[in-house]
Design a protein around this ligand. Structure first.
Ligand SMILES: Cc1cc2nc3c(=O)[nH]c(=O)nc-3n(C[C@H](O)[C@H](O)[C@H](O)COP(=O)(O)OP(=O)(O)OC[C@H]3O[C@@H](n4cnc5c(N)ncnc54)[C@H](O)[C@@H]3O)c2cc1C
Length: 302
């Protein structure tokens, strides 16, 4: 069913737009296709509405996902992985038992975002589609090699989350495509992960630097596999490939983690802005990568 509402309001920076509330992904895709580049999806609205009020974003049509129930919820996959619907709220991601246990870094990323009120509106799909380099769930999804499920006019496709980002605020999504879910592969035994961010204020701020790490230990206690992803230090979130390769096969130690921190620093291209200088950001990457590796190691050994 299509509901069409002509919205009138007094907000000085907002312009008139058509509002649609489809009840299925198929209907949402066809509305987006019909309205073309002027249409925007609305999930929780915690990014989009701010942009419409304050940042000069003026869609001619807003397609809400509120009534598309198939996009919400977290379920186990038959291969041992996890599927998280794109419209799942941050508080639901952060509180989910399997996410907290097996995908701890993701629970940590979702759990630090905004305030309780923000997390009760903000969705994981909106956080990724908004493509801020500081998005708190992006580095954790990337270290778990999560894939996005995408529906569009030509059918469905999947894409590694890290490949969705093409720059600050921009994605590789095509016109009329909707992210429907994220699929996280099963996590092997003896795996630990962590996400930490630095913010000038303790809460209600966005990351100056965000670091996520995942370590899987081999039977002899050495590092079988390592993943490191950095947020807010480049135009998109980035994997620190050299640091990851330097860890694989090695025996965990403070020295090893410190040198991985240095390699992660080298992978970044931070800028200076109101939240910190490039130099400070680079320093933080080293410290936070080392710390996250230590936490992930403890969790992998538990
Ligand atoms: C007070 C406040 C504090 C915040 N703090 C943080 C923070 O600490 N960390 C952080 O990372 N972010 C923060 N944010 C930003 C925001 O809350 C998150 O990015 C949030 O996850 C966005 O989700 P949403 O559902 O509200 O997205 P919306 O605003 O509805 O949409 C965001 C963008 O994604 C697109 N979109 C939404 N869903 C889909 C989909 N399924 N497929 C394709 N495109 C889609 C929309 O068209 C829009 O362009 C904060 C925002 C506010 C207002």
């Amino acid at each position: 069913m299509r509901v069409r509402i002509r919205v009138r309001y007094n907000a000085p920076h907002m312009r008139r737009f058509d509002y649609f509330a489809p009840t299925s992904v198929e209907e949402a895709v066809s509305l987006l296709q019909e309205r073309g580049d002027g249409a925007r999806l609305l999930a929780g609205g915690t990014d989009l509405l701010v942009q419409m009020k304050e940042a000069g974003v003026h869609p001619s049509a807003v397609v809400s996902l509120h009534a598309v129930d198939e996009l919400r919820g977290i379920s186990d996959e038959s291969d041992g992985g996890l599927r998280i619907g794109a419209r799942t709220l941050m508080n639901d991601v952060a509180a989910h038992e399997t996410v907290r246990g097996a995908y701890t870094a993701l629970a940590e990323g979702a759990g630090v975002l905004g305030s309780t009120q923000t997390r009760n509106m903000a969705t994981i799909g909106g956080n990724i589609a908004n493509a801020a380099p500081s998005a708190d769930t992006a580095p954790p999804l990337a270290v778990f090699d999560a894939e996005a499920e995408i529906a569009g006019p030509g059918g469905t496709r999947t894409l590694p989350v890290i490949e969705l980002f093409s720059g600050p605020g921009s994605t590789t999504l095509e016109t009329a495509e909707v992210i429907t879910a994220f699929r996280l592969p099963a996590v092997p035994d003896h795996t630990g992960s962590a996400y930490q961010r630095h913010t000038p204020r303790k809460t209600m701020d966005i990351a100056t630097v965000g670091v996520s790490v995942k370590l899987t230990l081999a039977d002899d206690g050495s590092i079988g596999d390592a993943a490191i992803c950095l947020g807010a230090v480049a135009p998109t979130v980035i994997r620190a490939g050299e640091a990851e390769r330097a860890l694989a096969g090695e025996t965990p130690s403070d020295e090893l983690f410190a040198s991985a921190g240095e390699l992660a620093q080298a992978a970044a291209s931070p800028i200076s802005d109101v939240r910190g200088s490039a130099e400070f950001r680079r320093y933080l990457i080293g410290v936070m990568t080392r710390r996250c590796l230590g936490i992930a190691l403890e969790r992998a050994q538990a």
